[in-house]
Design a protein around this ligand. Structure first.
Ligand code: NAD
Ligand code: MG
Length: 341
């Protein structure tokens, strides 16, 4: 176990007895950020399994404006997202499995990749070349668990690259048991008149075509017991006005799981979707929200805050593990109390 996952009673007492500001300064996940978050922000728990009011567990809005060029870097966000770097604790639920996570450099995919490694899996991550700095942190964390980490930079809008990415993952990992189609593009455009064909196509290529190409390439390698997961969104059910193209692709992702699960049951392969609500990830400051919306991000959920990527990682672990053997064609959510499913 990673020594940073210190869950001793004395450490719990220490963190529990601190003021929010002092704990924030000491909390490892937040300590990585370049400039500290406002003192009013609560610290993540040092011992994540201790009961605690979830509303107070992570930062709440208002957030600072922080524009980034797409696709954005988690390493430049303030506060830094908690992807489980120091907070996720595994218990061998995926021992010996081999997983490919697209968009595994940052956000929800990074949280899934870290959790999978902590649960005993070897993990390959896909990402864009301009995200190498984020990816390097994840690759190092996977290796720190004594697991194999495979880097797969490239653009999944290219069918040939999707095929090559899967082949490399299978060769380097020595097989494939878990495929997480998680990479995604979201750009807010207020008016249909301003949504260009190029952008519409970009969103669909990334969110709809790529999972099709990647899954098709992976299928010959998957055996009974394998699990395919796709990251959909509450946007599939409650589309925002300014996410016209994105919301449609996320509805496609739900149908992907519903249809393919029926097709692959006879091969003993399960297919499910995850539908996150608002999560504090690089996708949001890099065009997923306007900067004005970002300052209030997550504030309209009953929890009053956005989710942190680590908070949805357990769903990816559950769906990948044999423990959810009768769960297929389902959509699981974690959205702070609003939205579907
Ligand atoms: P993120 O930006 O951290 O992750 C998305 C990743 O997609 C990027 O890191 C990038 O590596 C990858 N990607 C995008 N275009 C690519 C391309 N052309 N080629 C290769 N890789 C590409 O953001 P995130 O929020 O963690 O997003 C992960 C998934 O979660 C996405 O499918 C997104 O639609 C979904 N989602 C996010 C939220 C949220 O609030 N953050 C809510 C619902 C659903
Ligand atoms: Mg990224």
């Amino acid at each position: 176990m990673d020594s940073q996952n210190d869950d001793t009673p004395s450490r719990r007492r220490l963190m529990g007895g601190m003021t929010a500001a002092a704990a924030l300064a000491a909390a490892p996940a937040m300590a990585q950020q370049a400039s500290p978050a406002p003192a009013a922000q609560p610290a993540p728990l040092a011992a994540p399994r201790d009961p605690r009011d979830p509303r107070e567990q992570y930062p709440r809005p208002p957030f600072e404006r922080q524009p980034q060029e797409w696709p954005g870097l988690a390493g430049r966000m303030n506060p830094r997202p908690d992807h489980g770097e120091t907070s996720y604790r595994g218990s061998g639920r995926l021992a010996g499995r081999k997983a490919l996570v697209t968009g595994g450099d940052s956000g929800i995919g990074r949280a899934a990749a870290i959790a999978y490694a902590r649960e005993g899996a070897d993990v390959a991550i896909g990402y864009l070349p301009q995200e190498q700095a984020d990816a390097d942190e994840v690759l190092e964390l996977i290796r720190k668990e004594g697991r194999k980490a495979v880097a797969l930079p490239g653009d999944i809008r290219d069918e040939a690259f999707c095929h090559q990415m899967v082949e490399t993952a299978v060769r380097e990992l020595g097989g494939l048991d878990i495929l997480v189609n998680n990479a995604g593009r979201q750009q807010t455009v207020a008016s249909l008149a301003d949504l260009t064909t190029e952008n519409f196509d970009w969103t669909f290529k990334t969110n709809v075509y790529a999972p099709f190409w990647i899954t098709k390439a992976a299928l010959p390698h998957l055996r009974p017991g394998a699990s395919i997961i796709i990251t959909a969104s509450v946007q599939a059910y409650e589309p925002s006005a300014a996410l016209f193209d994105y919301a449609q692709t996320k509805a496609c992702n739900v149908a992907f799981a519903k249809s393919l699960s029926k097709q692959l049951a006879e091969k003993g392969i399960r297919v499910n979707a995850v539908a996150p609500g608002p999560y504090w990830t690089a996708l949001q400051p890099s065009g997923g929200q306007t900067q004005e919306m970002l300052t209030k991000f997550g504030g309209d959920t009953p929890m009053g805050r956005p989710g942190q990527p680590v908070e949805i990682a357990p769903i990816y672990v559950l769906l990948a593990s044999q423990e959810s053997s009768f769960t297929t064609g389902q959509v699981l959510g974690a959205s702070g109390g609003s939205g579907f499913p």
